[in-house]
Design a protein around this ligand. Sequence first.
Ligand code: MCN
Length: 771
Amino acid sequence: MTNESPDEPSVGRRTTRREDAALLTGDAAYTDDLTAPGAVHLAFVRSDHAHARLDGVDTSGATDLDGVVAAYTWDDLDASDAPMVLGSSGLDVDAPGHPVLARDRVRYQGQPIAAVVAEDRYVASDAVAAVDVTYNTFDATTDPAEATAEDAPTLYEAAPDNVAATGELGDREATDRAFETADHAVALDLRNNRLVANAMEPRAALARYDEAEERLTVELTSQSAHGHRRDLSRTLGVREGRIRVVAPDVGGGFGHKGHHYPGEAMTAWAARELGRPVRWTATRSENYRAGAHGRDHVTHAELAVDDGGTVRGLRAETNVGLGGYALGSSAAIQVGYGRLLSGEYRIPAIHCEARSVFTTTAPVHTYRGAGRPESIYVVERLFDAAARELDLDPVELRRRNLVGADAFPYETPVGATYDSGDYERAMDRALDAVDYSENREESRQRDDDDGRYRGVGVANYVESTGGGFESGVVRVHPDGSVAVYAGTHSHGQGHETTYAQIVADELGVDEESIEVSEGDTDSVPTGTGTFGSRSTVTGGNAVAESARAVREKARRIAAHQFEAPPDDVAYDAGEFHVTGDPSRTIPFSEVASAAYGSGLPDGVDRGLDETTFYEPEGTAYTFGTHVARVAVDPESGEVEIERYVAVDDCGPRVNPTIVEGQVHGGVAQGVGQARYEAAVYGEDGALLTDSLSRYGVPKTTQLPDVETDATETPSPTNRLGVKGIGEAGTIAAPPAVVNAVVDALSPLGVEHVDMPLTEETVWTAIRDASE
Ligand code: MCN
């Protein structure tokens, strides 16, 4: 870690990530690396079929094998005192939660039916193959639009049309009026393709049960240790105080390690049942078939606009695939997606209607961005379609409707209050970087040199960040070294580095003296976790508040030693002195030692240790503009992203290098969605893209060089003024790329292409437009 100039603030510095040495040299300890003498291995028998009644599950073939310790079905779970059904909330219908092992019916391919436990994982794998399941199969329904049709197969009696939850945002009547009176209306039918989270490390758990203490310890791939403890407590029927959850090094999450799944609950249950450590590590294909997927929206959207380019209204109707079961609050999250449908714009009337629909597919929950990419994609595609209808430059249409820099706080018609921003400044910076006007000319004509069509795509976005509360503890040891604990969890984001930077500034100590810990329910008082780009806003401010409180307490202790009033004591570069008399100083470490001794001033407790539960005053809205410049070969449909510029504003950047890394990663996933990735189901409900060789995670050679830049508009919602950045790239990249490709192909009459823009889809769109 570099800290060349301790007199300069740490926040804002490009400090090297302190976590990288271990991660890059193989010293990190992921769940599957953890040792547990005597551990047995759990593996799942998963449904071959997407939709079936179970007429028999015979585990005798498995239990007959040498080395098999146990084989469990729902009957075993049912006979125990644990509920073993994952909770769901936000449903309009009375559909049961996800049973850890199937009761008598399966609703997606890969749903766990039985669990086997064996002395090693190879025997466990053989045992899985030896379990005999008799299925009575039903038709599958995998498309969220088709699943509501009258003749579609039904997953639950309580939801005959498969609709699990509905939600409405905005004002339907006002929006209808805006459409009736506007000069133009444009419409688009869009699909936001279903995605699979591809963390490097698949999900895993290691559970141990201490019978004497009646205590369960579960180490697992988690984005939220306390969230998983709460969920495990409910599913196992064990109170939280008897469960310790530890999230060790976690190799990426991208949203899908924040949810409660059968795998981890079953592992914990078996450890208690057997009194032996039990471990389970998902295979990559298990992760594909049974890990939560993301997106899967089918949307009809319209924009009403006047001749002069003033947007009057927006409406959207969306079906969201929920999968075979609602995981936790997934249905409610999905129907709430429309909260960002105002984008960066003043749109006087908006109405959004969303339905969460059961389909015989893997459950859908949050994947990087969760709701925001889907909203922004709708808005930004509509703006391009409207610009075309008006024969107006798409940037000009955007500019005429942007929320002005003086309009904050800005309330949208869909219930969001934007805190701060200067949208036009960020947009202009991105446009300048690609010499926008010049390239517009180029995009309108075929480039004679190489026969490719060129286009420019612009995407403006807002991103809600920093929801809920977070805990932050700052504990100063007697030697002045500092321990920081937070309820968030870094699984690639770099919190060890950035929290140390924040605390170093507040305490006036070197970053080197600060250790940051997350993800252990025994050492962190409580916590919400890392998702929704919330950690810096909530956890960062929580540790900052605690550090400030520690500094104030230290000042009082120093003042007592100076025999001066605390207000007369100044603190500079790690030393206290009486204002106006810098000759006598007391270093921070000496005050730390004194804090644990006797002779403290009246009213000051022993110790130097503060805890904060911090909740920001409102949502911090990150924003920015991404621009893609593409060349499309009309013969092959091949797309090349020639330039990609990202200008993002997440308020003051704690560490600009880490922020840029987050943008790069996000853009990689956004470009992945735009061009390569899609979870594809066959008619029988089998997942066809069930491995890395069949699912298009982009390779580095398929990604553009991302040129990053930033503006910094502080948020008034929190004292650090920060906003999150973890999802910006995944939100902005899909519309930037799709707008660019459609722009390039507009001379050929192409008006829309659904993601992913593979060679085949692009070529087909060109062909269809020419017919
Ligand atoms: N940061 C900063 N200055 C700011 C804002 C953020 O320096 N003004 C830094 C932070 O301190 C932190 C990083 O950027 O080190 C991301 O911070 P933040 O935006 O607060 O997001 P979270 O830490 O809450 O991370 C969650 C976000 C989400 S929701 C997904 S999904 C995601 C992502 O982060 N998954 C990731 N980035 C990921 N990066 C990696 N490597 N792996 C994942 O699984």
